[in-house]
Design a protein around this ligand. Structure first.
Ligand code: G1P
Length: 293
C-alpha cells in the first residue's frame, strides 16, 4: 500500500536546558557537542537519512545559534577556501533553501504544546518528531527503521526501548499489545511519567515519533498532565483506538544526552567508533580504568 511519505520533522528545541547550567546559560543545550558535532546535528542527520526534507524547529529566546548552525557562514567559507582548506566538513550543515522553518514556543507549557506550535507548518500530513536529547545511533538510523515500519503498517509509530523498572517514572511508558514482528508491537495504552508501581511495562518512549496530523487537533484541547505540562503522551493516548498505534524497538544504541553521565557515555563510545580517534581514546580509557581499579 502506498502511504503518504514522511517529509516533515518537528524538533522541539525551546527547552531551557537547566540540567546543564551553567554551560547552557548562553548556548542552547542542543548545541553542546558530542566530539565535534552539536547534538542537533545528529538528529538532523538521522532525519535526512530517513528521507525527511523539511526541518521544523520549535525554538524560543536565545536559540538562534541552532538556526545559524544550518546557515551558510560566508566569512568562514571564504576564509577557509582562501586558505585552500576543504569545506567538506560543513556539508552536513547545508539545508536546501526553504527547507528549514522555525516557529516560536513563547511559553514553556510542555512537549505537547511545543509540537502543537508547529501545526500550521505540519499541515495535513503525517510527520516525524525528534527529541534531540535522545541520541540514537544505528545502521540504519532509528527514524529510517521507523519509516520502514510505517511503510508496512501506517498510522502512528513511536520508538521504544526497555529500561530498568526504577527508571520508568522519568519517561512516557507504553502498554504493549499484540506483537506484530520481533521489532514491532501494537500499543494499547500510554502513560507519561507513571509511578513505578503503576507503569504498564518497562518499555519507554525514546524520543522518536511518526504521527498523523490529527494529533494536532487532539493537542488543541489537551489539558495539563504530568508535571503540570501539556503532554504529547496524553494526546497520543487519547488517539489510541481511533488510529493504529505501534511501537518500534530500535535496533541500535541510545544515549540519554539529557543526563550528564549519558553525555559522557555518548562521547566516549562515539570516539571509540571513529577511526581518527579510536586508538588514542582506547589508550586513554585503559589508563583511566586502571586508575579506578
Ligand atoms: C519526554 C517525553 C517522554 C519521553 C522522553 C524521552 O519527556 O514526554 O514521553 O519518554 O521525552 O526522553 P521529557 O524528557 O521531556 O521529560
Amino acid at each position: 500500500m502506498i502511504r503518504k511519505p514522511i517529509r516533515k520533522a518537528v524538533f522541539p528545541v525551546a527547552g531551557l536546558g537547566t540540567r546543564f547550567l551553567p554551560a547552557t546559560k548562553a548556548i542552547p543545550k542542543e548545541m553542546l557537542p558530542i566530539i565535534d558535532r552539536p547534538l542537533i546535528q545528529y538528529a538532523v542527520d538521522e532525519a535526512r537519512e530517513a528521507g525527511i526534507e523539511q526541518l521544523i524547529f520549535v525554538t524560543g529566546r536565545g536559540k538562534t545559534s541552532i538556526v545559524e548552525h544550518f546557515d551558510t557562514a560566508f566569512e568562514l567559507e571564504a576564509t577557509m577556501a582562501g586558505r585552500g582548506k576543504s569545506l567538506d566538513v560543513l556539508d552536513a550543515t547545508r539545508i536546501q533553501p526553504g527547507n528549514l522553518v522555525t516557529v516560536r514556543q513563547q511559553v514553556p507549557l510542555g512537549l505537547g504544546h511545543a509540537i502543537w506550535c508547529a501545526r500550521a507548518i505540519v499541515g495535513d500530513e503525517p510527520f516525524a518528531i525528534f527529541l534531540p536529547d535522545e541520541l540514537m545511533i544505528g545502521t540504519p538510523g532509528c527514524m529510517k527503521q521507523m519509516v520502514e515500519a510505517y511503510n508496512e503498517v501506517g498510522g502512528n509509530l513511536i520508538s521504544v526501548l526497555e529500561v530498568p523498572e526504577d527508571e520508568v517514572s522519568s519517561y512516557g511508558v507504553i502498554k504493549p499489545g499484540a506483537k506484530i514482528s520481533p521489532s514491532l508491537t501494537e500499543v494499547i495504552g500510554l502513560v507519561e511519567k507513571p509511578r513505578r508501581e503503576d507503569a504498564p511495562s518497562n518499555l519507554i518512549i525514546s524520543g522518536r515519533y511518526i504521527l498523523q496530523p490529527e494529533v494536532m487537533r487532539t493537542l488543541e484541547d489537551q489539558g495539563k498532565g504530568a508535571g503540570g505540562e501539556i503532554q504529547l503522551t496524553d494526546a497520543m493516548a487519547r488517539m489510541i483506538g481511533t488510529q493504529p498505534f505501534h511501537a518500534v524497538t530500535f535496533a541500535g544504541r541510545r544515549y540519554d544526552c539529557g543526563s550528564k553521565a549519558g553525555f559522557v557515555e555518548a562521547t566516549l563510545e562515539l570516539a571509540l567508533a571513529r577511526p581518527d580517534m579510536a586508538d588514542d581514546v582506547r589508550v586513554l580509557i585503559r589508563r583511566l580504568a586502571a586508575e579506578i581499579d
